[in-house]
Design a protein around this ligand. Sequence first.
Ligand SMILES: Cc1cc2nc3c(=O)[nH]c(=O)nc-3n(C[C@H](O)[C@H](O)[C@H](O)COP(=O)(O)OP(=O)(O)OC[C@H]3O[C@@H](n4cnc5c(N)ncnc54)[C@H](O)[C@@H]3O)c2cc1C
Length: 582
Amino acid sequence: MAGSTIELRVGGMTCLDCARHITQALERVPGVSSARVNYRAGMAEVEVAQSVAPATLITAVERAGYKARVASAEAPVEPTAASPRAAPAEPNGELLLAAGDADFDLLIIGTGGAGAAAAIQAVGMGGKVAIIESGTLGGTCVNVGCIPSKNLIEAASHYQAATRGFPGIAPCSPTLDWSGVVESKNSLVTKLRQSKYADVIASYPGVALIEGRARFVGGGNGSPVVVTVGKEDRGQTYRARKVLIATGTRSWAPPLPGLDAVGALDSTSAMKLTELPASLLVLGGGAVGLELGQTFARFGVKVTIVEVAARLLPLEDESVSAEIEEHLRADGLEIHTGTEAIRAERQRDDVVLHAKQGSLEGTFCAESLLVAAGRRANTDNLGLDAVGVALTSRGFIEVDATMRTSNADIFSAGDVTGGPGYVYVAADGGRVAAENAMKSLALTGTSRDDARELDLSTVPNVTFTSPQVGSVGLTEAKARELGHHVQVAVLKMDQVPRALVSGDTRGIVKMVADTASGKLLGIHAVAPVAGELMGEAAMAIRFGLTARDVAGTLHPYLTWAESLKLAAQGFTMDLSKLSCCA
Ligand SMILES: Cc1cc2nc3c(=O)[nH]c(=O)nc-3n(C[C@H](O)[C@H](O)[C@H](O)COP(=O)(O)OP(=O)(O)OC[C@H]3O[C@@H](n4cnc5c(N)ncnc54)[C@H](O)[C@@H]3O)c2cc1C
C-alpha cells in the first residue's frame, strides 16, 4: 500500500526540540517518507510510502520519550513483516514497548561528558536509554575537573590583579577568605551539576537514570548484553541491545616508595583543601599540575614543580614550553624539569621528596605534596573479560574509529578510551558511539546508516595557566619529522595592539606552514587568552587554510584574535614596519 498519511496525537511536547526529536524518530521508521510534527497542536502527520503499522509509529514516538495515539489514518494500514518492532495493543488501547528480549536499546555506563552526550543522542534517535552512575552525577568535568579548577584559577587571577594594580590604580593587599573561595566554587559545581546534568537528564523521559556500580555479566556479539548494577550478589540485572562504556579515568600516582605514607594530594583533594599550605610540591608539569600549581602560588603558597620530562608540557611545541616556563617563574614558581622523584617520606610536619637530576641527587621539602602525574582508566571490576572487551597496552578500552570495542554490541567513548583527555572530545565520542549504536539497531540499512567516525584530526589543546597555552595541529618538530618542508612565523605579543592596551604583552603566537602548499600545519599560542584563539585556529587547520587566507581575513581591531592575523602576516612582512591595524 503506497502513499498514505497517518495522524498521531502526541502528548508531552513542550518545544521545537521535542518536535525535532519526534520527527527524527518517526523518519527513521522503515517505510516513512516524511513526518511533520507540530508541538503546539500536539500532532504529527506521517507520510508513509509503504504499509506501516500505526503501532510501529507509536512505538517510535514512545521510544523518543513521548506518548502517542492514532488520531486518524487516511487509509487503513496493516502491520507487516517489515515492521517487526510494532507493539501489540493492550486491551485499554495503551501500547506495549516492543523491547523484545532487552530492557533497553542503549545502556550507558557513566554520566560524564561522554555518557550524557550519548544519552541525548540516542534518545533523539528514538532509543530507549538508561544511564548508570556509581559516583557523583556528571562525572569528572563538572564535579572535580574543568569547572572547579577554572573557577579557582579565575579567583586567583582576580586576587593577583588586585595585588598588582594598573597604571594609575594603586595595588592593594586584598583580604583573602580561602574558605569563601572554596565554598563559592562548591556552590557553582552544585548549581551546574543540577542544571546541566540532573535537570537535563530528567527532561528526557526516554532516559532512565540508574544508581549503582555496573558490571558486565555476559552477552553481546549478537545477543543482548547483560549488566548487573549494585552489589555483586544482590545486583539488579538488565539486558541491553547495545552498551556504551563511558567510565572515565581517575588520578594516578607513580609507584614511588613512601608515597602512600605521606598523604599526598591529588587534583580532587587539592581543590577541597580547607586551609592553604605554606608550601606545595607538585609532582608533574602537565596541564593539571601547572594550572593548580600556579593557582596556589597566586594565593601566596610557595610552589615547586618537579617534572621528569626535559620540559614542561612536553607534547607542546618546544618554544611554547620555554615561554610558559619563563612566565611561571616570573609568577614565583620554582621549576625543576628533567628531575625524577625517587622516594617520598614525611619528616615532622613536612613532606620530603628525594629526586635525581642526571647524576645529582637531592631533596625537596614542603608542607604538602600534590601528585598530578597522569590518570588511569576506570576499567577495574567492570567484568570486561565476561564480554571480551579488549584493552590497549596502556590499559584503556580499545575502540575503532566508530567507537566500537572488540565486542560488536559494546561501544566506548571518553577518557576511558585514552584519547585526548578533554570533555569536548569525550562528548563528541559519546555522540558518535550512540549514533552508531542506534544505527546498528535499524532494521534496514540506508546510506544514512553508515557508521560515523570520530574525527580527531584537529583537536585544540588548552592549558589554563596564566598566560594560557593553546595549540592545534603539528608542532614544528613533528611537522619536520613527518617530512614537511616548513616555514615558521613567530609573533611576540608585544606586537599586538590589544596586548599593549591591556598592559599584558606576555607570550607568542607561532605558526607552522607547509612551504609547498602554504597550508597551515600548526598554530601555537602562549597568550593571556590563548584558549579563545583556538576555535579560529582549529577551523584554519581543519579546513586547510593558508597563512594568506588568515592574513587576508578581516579581524576586528583591538581584539586578541587579531594576533592570529598578525602572526599570519609575519610570514611575508616585517610587522614592526606596519602601521596600527594595517
Ligand atoms: C583537574 C582537571 C581539570 C580539567 N580541566 C579540563 C578543561 O578545562 N577542559 C576540558 O575539556 N577538560 C578538562 N578536564 C578533563 C575532563 O574533565 C575529562 O576529559 C572529561 O570529564 C571526561 O569525561 P568522561 O565522560 O570520559 O568521563 P568522566 O567525566 O570521568 O565520567 C565517568 C563517570 O563514570 C562513572 N563510573 C565509573 N565506573 C562506573 C561503573 N562501573 N558503574 C557506573 N558508573 C561508573 C564515574 O563515577 C564517572 O561519573 C579536566 C580534568 C581534570 C581532572
